[in-house]
Design a protein around this ligand. Structure first.
Ligand SMILES: NC(=O)c1ccc[n+]([C@@H]2O[C@H](COP(=O)([O-])OP(=O)(O)OC[C@H]3O[C@@H](n4cnc5c(N)ncnc54)[C@H](OP(=O)(O)O)[C@@H]3O)[C@@H](O)[C@H]2O)c1
Length: 326
């Protein structure tokens, strides 16, 4: 089969389409002909040699896909050749074929293209896990979502709004309109405003119940400061770095805060199956009623994978960047 391979670790120019052995499904797996995959920041780090795949997983980039079932292992009865599926992968998505556990695969929602469906798994599973499993976001609460127009941010805004929470985001100013369309009631231009001051002013000094953070060190103190009593901070990435110069931890005790961190790729198969099935039960009816949608910025042909990586690295995307596999 063809797959996007790496000449060596480094920049986007290291990627090329080459030959790679076609995978074989195990007894509980299906083989899927990939129609579309999607970019994630982790792909960029892996391409640079800074984020090795978990042991035993494909070294090929790509954490999600949508495509057509080609055949199935002997223990699989729920899927048949020709079924349209999408799902989260531990790697291997930038290829013509992938294998996936039968319970990690989810049907492409009715009326969705493969491009749309490829934009669902990683960001909706991450946002769903953060909001519902970790932060326990409740109706009537207030949430601050950083990087609101990121792929995960666009999923989180919608999921939080549907929960009945009031959503505040930070994003560069050109992306505020999208965040508001998705359900944010207030957007902070973090490049020109101090988000802590802005959020405290907007909330009349009350702060927020939940913060979803991707920035890390530079935001840690301010995240603690904007949380209200019994607030929850979920840290999902360190786009701004892992360290902070001076820190006052007092808010954690004084306000009885919870600080959590999470990943998805390294979780056990059992955990990822439970999360996928939980998201499926909650979100698929909403996708099919047009009450929830993956936000697709651009779909590139996979021959243009380097351009797609450059586009994401320049922070130009709002929502997902897709690669159409042909
Ligand atoms: N832990 C997990 O389970 C998990 C799962 C999935 C993704 N992630 C991580 O979550 C992050 C978001 O992923 P994604 O795919 O949704 O990203 P994305 O679509 O590429 O969006 C990232 C956005 O973050 C903003 N940003 C970048 N650097 C920033 C900085 N230093 N300070 C503030 N904002 C910054 C930019 O938007 P602006 O134009 O608004 O600045 C950028 O477009 C990534 O770091 C990814 O690795 C974690």
């Amino acid at each position: 089969m063809h797959a996007i391979l790496l000449e060596s670790f480094g920049g986007p120019e290291q990627m090329y389409i080459g030959e790679w052995p076609k995978p074989h499904p195990g007894p509980d797996e299906i083989l899927v002909r990939v129609e579309a995959t999607a970019l994630n920041r982790a792909d960029i780090l892996q391409r640079e040699g800074k984020y090795p795949p978990p042991e035993g997983e494909s070294p090929i980039l790509g954490l999600e896909m949508a495509g057509v079932v080609e055949n199935a292992g002997r223990g699989v009865t729920k899927w048949k050749p020709g079924d349209a599926v999408c799902g989260l992968l531990a790697g291997g998505g930038y290829a013509e074929y992938v294998t996936i556990h039968k319970d990690m695969a989810l049907p492409v929602p009715k009326g969705f293209s493969f491009t749309d469906a490829a934009g669902i798994p990683e960001v909706f599973l991450t946002a769903f896990q953060a909001l519902r499993w970790l932060a326990g976001l409740q109706h009537g609460e207030r949430i601050l979502i950083h990087a609101g127009a990121s792929g995960v941010g666009t999923a989180a805004i919608q999921l939080a709004s549907l929960t009945g929470a009031e959503v505040i985001v930070t994003a560069s100013s050109g992306k505020h309109r999208l965040c508001r369309e998705l359900g944010a009631v207030h957007a902070v231009d973090y490049q020109n405003q101090d988000f802590e001051e802005d959020v405290m002013e907007y909330t009349h000094g009350k702060g927020v119940d939940v913060v979803i953070d991707f920035v890390g060190g530079p935001y840690f103190q301010q995240n603690l400061n904007v949380l209200s009593l019994e607030g929850r901070l979920v840290m999902l990435a360190f786009l701004g770095g892992v360290s902070t110069e001076r820190l006052n931890l007092a808010p954690i005790l004084r306000k009885r805060l919870q600080v959590m961190g999470s990943t998805l790729r390294a979780r056990s198969l059992d955990y990822k199956i439970r999360l996928s099935q939980d998201l499926y039960l909650y979100a698929w009816p909403l996708f099919e009623q047009n009450r929830l949608r993956p936000v697709i910025d651009t779909a590139f042909d996979w021959k243009d994978a380097a351009k797609a990586h450059q586009y994401m690295e320049a922070n130009r995307n709002q929502g997902k960047v897709i690669l159409k596999v042909s």
